[in-house]
Ligand binder design. Structure first.
Ligand code: CA
Length: 237
Protein backbone atom coordinates (compact mmCIF):
# COMPACT_ATOMS: atom_id res chain seq x y z
CA UNK A 1 0.00 0.00 0.00
CA UNK A 2 1.42 3.36 -1.02
CA UNK A 3 1.50 6.46 1.12
CA UNK A 4 0.31 9.49 -0.78
CA UNK A 5 0.19 13.14 0.18
CA UNK A 6 -2.17 15.54 -1.55
CA UNK A 7 -1.35 19.23 -1.09
CA UNK A 8 -4.30 21.17 -2.44
CA UNK A 9 -6.23 24.16 -1.08
CA UNK A 10 -9.22 23.73 -3.37
CA UNK A 11 -11.86 21.89 -1.32
CA UNK A 12 -13.57 20.30 -4.30
CA UNK A 13 -10.43 19.04 -6.03
CA UNK A 14 -8.94 17.88 -2.73
CA UNK A 15 -12.04 15.89 -1.82
CA UNK A 16 -12.15 14.32 -5.27
CA UNK A 17 -8.47 13.34 -5.19
CA UNK A 18 -8.62 12.00 -1.67
CA UNK A 19 -11.60 9.74 -2.31
CA UNK A 20 -10.42 8.55 -5.73
CA UNK A 21 -6.94 7.68 -4.47
CA UNK A 22 -8.35 5.91 -1.39
CA UNK A 23 -10.71 3.96 -3.62
CA UNK A 24 -7.59 2.84 -5.50
CA UNK A 25 -6.13 1.37 -2.36
CA UNK A 26 -3.71 4.11 -1.33
CA UNK A 27 -3.21 5.63 2.10
CA UNK A 28 -3.92 9.31 1.59
CA UNK A 29 -3.11 12.38 3.67
CA UNK A 30 -4.48 15.71 2.53
CA UNK A 31 -3.00 19.05 3.50
CA UNK A 32 -4.43 22.37 2.43
CA UNK A 33 -1.36 24.56 2.86
CA UNK A 34 2.36 24.41 2.14
CA UNK A 35 3.54 24.89 5.72
CA UNK A 36 1.38 22.11 7.16
CA UNK A 37 2.41 19.81 4.29
CA UNK A 38 6.09 20.40 5.02
CA UNK A 39 5.50 19.79 8.75
CA UNK A 40 3.95 16.43 7.88
CA UNK A 41 6.81 15.58 5.49
CA UNK A 42 9.20 16.15 8.38
CA UNK A 43 7.36 13.51 10.39
CA UNK A 44 6.60 10.69 7.99
CA UNK A 45 7.77 9.31 4.65
CA UNK A 46 5.62 9.39 1.52
CA UNK A 47 5.90 7.49 -1.74
CA UNK A 48 4.28 10.17 -3.83
CA UNK A 49 3.19 13.78 -3.39
CA UNK A 50 0.60 15.53 -5.55
CA UNK A 51 1.35 19.21 -5.14
CA UNK A 52 -0.87 22.07 -6.23
CA UNK A 53 1.46 24.90 -7.27
CA UNK A 54 -1.03 27.61 -6.37
CA UNK A 55 -1.11 27.45 -2.57
CA UNK A 56 -2.39 30.19 -0.27
CA UNK A 57 0.65 30.46 2.00
CA UNK A 58 3.91 29.43 0.32
CA UNK A 59 4.97 29.63 -3.32
CA UNK A 60 4.49 26.19 -4.88
CA UNK A 61 7.94 26.14 -6.46
CA UNK A 62 9.48 26.84 -3.06
CA UNK A 63 7.47 23.93 -1.65
CA UNK A 64 8.88 21.69 -4.43
CA UNK A 65 12.39 22.59 -3.35
CA UNK A 66 11.61 21.96 0.33
CA UNK A 67 9.97 18.60 -0.40
CA UNK A 68 13.05 17.51 -2.37
CA UNK A 69 15.30 18.42 0.56
CA UNK A 70 13.14 16.51 3.02
CA UNK A 71 12.38 13.43 0.94
CA UNK A 72 14.72 13.05 -2.04
CA UNK A 73 13.24 9.72 -3.10
CA UNK A 74 9.54 10.39 -3.12
CA UNK A 75 7.81 10.97 -6.45
CA UNK A 76 6.71 14.57 -6.81
CA UNK A 77 3.96 15.44 -9.27
CA UNK A 78 2.88 19.08 -9.63
CA UNK A 79 -0.69 20.08 -10.30
CA UNK A 80 -0.90 23.43 -11.96
CA UNK A 81 -3.76 25.60 -13.08
CA UNK A 82 -1.37 28.24 -14.24
CA UNK A 83 -1.05 28.90 -17.90
CA UNK A 84 2.42 30.28 -17.47
CA UNK A 85 4.75 27.62 -18.79
CA UNK A 86 7.64 29.10 -16.83
CA UNK A 87 6.12 27.83 -13.59
CA UNK A 88 6.24 24.29 -14.89
CA UNK A 89 9.86 24.57 -15.98
CA UNK A 90 10.90 26.20 -12.71
CA UNK A 91 9.00 23.55 -10.76
CA UNK A 92 10.68 20.72 -12.67
CA UNK A 93 14.05 22.32 -12.06
CA UNK A 94 13.17 22.66 -8.38
CA UNK A 95 12.69 18.92 -8.08
CA UNK A 96 9.33 17.81 -9.49
CA UNK A 97 9.30 14.58 -11.50
CA UNK A 98 6.22 15.32 -13.55
CA UNK A 99 3.21 17.61 -13.78
CA UNK A 100 -0.43 17.68 -14.73
CA UNK A 101 -2.26 20.78 -15.90
CA UNK A 102 -5.71 21.48 -14.49
CA UNK A 103 -8.31 20.59 -15.48
CA UNK A 104 -7.04 17.02 -15.69
CA UNK A 105 -9.10 13.86 -16.10
CA UNK A 106 -9.25 11.64 -13.04
CA UNK A 107 -8.51 8.57 -15.17
CA UNK A 108 -5.34 10.16 -16.50
CA UNK A 109 -4.24 11.22 -13.03
CA UNK A 110 -4.78 7.75 -11.59
CA UNK A 111 -2.93 6.13 -14.49
CA UNK A 112 -0.03 8.51 -14.02
CA UNK A 113 0.09 7.86 -10.25
CA UNK A 114 0.00 4.11 -10.83
CA UNK A 115 2.83 4.28 -13.38
CA UNK A 116 5.00 6.43 -11.12
CA UNK A 117 4.52 4.13 -8.15
CA UNK A 118 5.23 1.04 -10.22
CA UNK A 119 8.50 2.55 -11.40
CA UNK A 120 9.46 3.84 -7.98
CA UNK A 121 8.95 0.41 -6.44
CA UNK A 122 11.41 -1.02 -8.94
CA UNK A 123 9.09 -3.73 -10.21
CA UNK A 124 9.23 -2.11 -13.61
CA UNK A 125 11.18 0.64 -15.27
CA UNK A 126 14.76 0.91 -16.29
CA UNK A 127 16.89 -2.14 -15.76
CA UNK A 128 20.27 -2.17 -17.37
CA UNK A 129 23.67 -3.71 -16.80
CA UNK A 130 26.37 -1.55 -15.25
CA UNK A 131 28.08 0.71 -17.73
CA UNK A 132 31.55 2.15 -17.91
CA UNK A 133 32.80 4.65 -20.44
CA UNK A 134 35.75 7.00 -20.01
CA UNK A 135 35.67 8.22 -16.42
CA UNK A 136 31.94 7.53 -16.03
CA UNK A 137 30.56 4.51 -14.24
CA UNK A 138 26.85 3.78 -13.80
CA UNK A 139 25.56 0.93 -11.70
CA UNK A 140 21.79 0.48 -12.05
CA UNK A 141 21.64 -2.17 -9.33
CA UNK A 142 22.87 0.29 -6.69
CA UNK A 143 21.61 3.36 -8.62
CA UNK A 144 25.01 4.99 -8.38
CA UNK A 145 26.74 7.18 -10.89
CA UNK A 146 30.42 7.91 -10.42
CA UNK A 147 32.90 10.15 -12.16
CA UNK A 148 36.49 9.07 -11.48
CA UNK A 149 35.21 7.27 -8.39
CA UNK A 150 33.39 10.32 -7.03
CA UNK A 151 29.67 9.85 -6.69
CA UNK A 152 27.46 12.25 -8.66
CA UNK A 153 24.14 13.02 -7.01
CA UNK A 154 21.46 12.54 -9.63
CA UNK A 155 17.73 12.76 -9.16
CA UNK A 156 15.80 9.55 -9.80
CA UNK A 157 14.58 10.52 -13.26
CA UNK A 158 17.99 11.86 -14.26
CA UNK A 159 19.58 8.57 -13.30
CA UNK A 160 16.93 6.63 -15.22
CA UNK A 161 17.49 8.76 -18.32
CA UNK A 162 21.24 8.22 -18.19
CA UNK A 163 20.88 4.49 -17.55
CA UNK A 164 18.41 4.21 -20.43
CA UNK A 165 20.80 5.92 -22.86
CA UNK A 166 23.73 3.90 -21.51
CA UNK A 167 21.83 0.67 -22.14
CA UNK A 168 22.34 1.34 -25.85
CA UNK A 169 25.60 3.29 -26.08
CA UNK A 170 26.23 4.90 -29.45
CA UNK A 171 22.69 4.25 -30.60
CA UNK A 172 19.92 6.74 -31.22
CA UNK A 173 17.14 6.60 -28.63
CA UNK A 174 13.91 8.34 -29.58
CA UNK A 175 12.19 10.85 -27.33
CA UNK A 176 9.11 8.64 -27.35
CA UNK A 177 10.93 5.62 -26.05
CA UNK A 178 12.76 7.68 -23.41
CA UNK A 179 9.46 9.08 -22.18
CA UNK A 180 7.80 5.69 -22.23
CA UNK A 181 10.66 3.98 -20.40
CA UNK A 182 11.42 6.66 -17.83
CA UNK A 183 7.97 8.14 -17.22
CA UNK A 184 5.00 6.22 -18.49
CA UNK A 185 3.99 4.28 -21.55
CA UNK A 186 0.85 6.43 -21.61
CA UNK A 187 2.79 9.61 -21.11
CA UNK A 188 1.48 12.33 -23.32
CA UNK A 189 1.29 16.07 -23.39
CA UNK A 190 4.20 18.45 -23.32
CA UNK A 191 7.74 17.18 -23.68
CA UNK A 192 8.98 19.85 -21.28
CA UNK A 193 9.43 17.28 -18.54
CA UNK A 194 11.97 15.40 -20.65
CA UNK A 195 13.75 18.56 -21.79
CA UNK A 196 14.18 19.95 -18.29
CA UNK A 197 15.42 16.66 -16.85
CA UNK A 198 17.83 16.19 -19.74
CA UNK A 199 19.22 19.72 -19.34
CA UNK A 200 19.69 19.15 -15.63
CA UNK A 201 21.38 15.76 -16.20
CA UNK A 202 23.83 17.31 -18.66
CA UNK A 203 24.59 20.14 -16.26
CA UNK A 204 25.30 17.77 -13.38
CA UNK A 205 27.58 15.60 -15.53
CA UNK A 206 29.53 18.53 -16.90
CA UNK A 207 29.88 20.03 -13.40
CA UNK A 208 31.14 16.67 -12.13
CA UNK A 209 33.64 16.42 -15.01
CA UNK A 210 34.89 19.97 -14.45
CA UNK A 211 35.33 19.33 -10.72
CA UNK A 212 38.11 16.81 -11.46
CA UNK A 213 41.69 17.88 -12.08
CA UNK A 214 42.41 17.23 -14.89
CA UNK A 215 38.75 17.38 -16.05
CA UNK A 216 37.14 13.97 -16.38
CA UNK A 217 36.58 12.40 -19.79
CA UNK A 218 32.88 11.59 -20.05
CA UNK A 219 30.59 10.35 -22.78
CA UNK A 220 28.39 13.11 -24.17
CA UNK A 221 24.65 13.15 -24.72
CA UNK A 222 24.12 14.28 -28.29
CA UNK A 223 20.79 15.78 -29.30
CA UNK A 224 19.39 14.33 -32.50
CA UNK A 225 17.06 17.04 -33.70
CA UNK A 226 13.57 15.79 -34.40
CA UNK A 227 14.39 12.34 -33.05
CA UNK A 228 15.98 12.00 -29.64
CA UNK A 229 19.38 11.47 -28.06
CA UNK A 230 22.52 9.38 -28.27
CA UNK A 231 25.17 8.67 -25.65
CA UNK A 232 28.63 8.55 -27.15
CA UNK A 233 32.28 8.92 -26.33
CA UNK A 234 33.82 12.03 -27.79
CA UNK A 235 36.92 11.31 -29.86
CA UNK A 236 39.98 11.77 -27.67
CA UNK A 237 41.98 14.88 -28.31
CA1 CA B 1 -4.76 26.20 -5.49
Amino acid sequence: MSRLLVVEDDQQIGTLLESALRANGHTVSWERAGTTALDLLDKQPFDLVLLDLGLPDVDGVQVCREIRLRQPDCVLVMLTARRDEMDVVVGLEAGADDYLTKPFGLTELLARVRAHLRRASGTSGVTAPSFESGDLRIDPSTRRCKVKGTEVALRAKEFDLLARLAAEPGRAVSRESLMADVWDENWFGSTKTLDVHMASLRRRLSDAAAAQDPPAHLPVITTLRGHGYRLEMPTAG
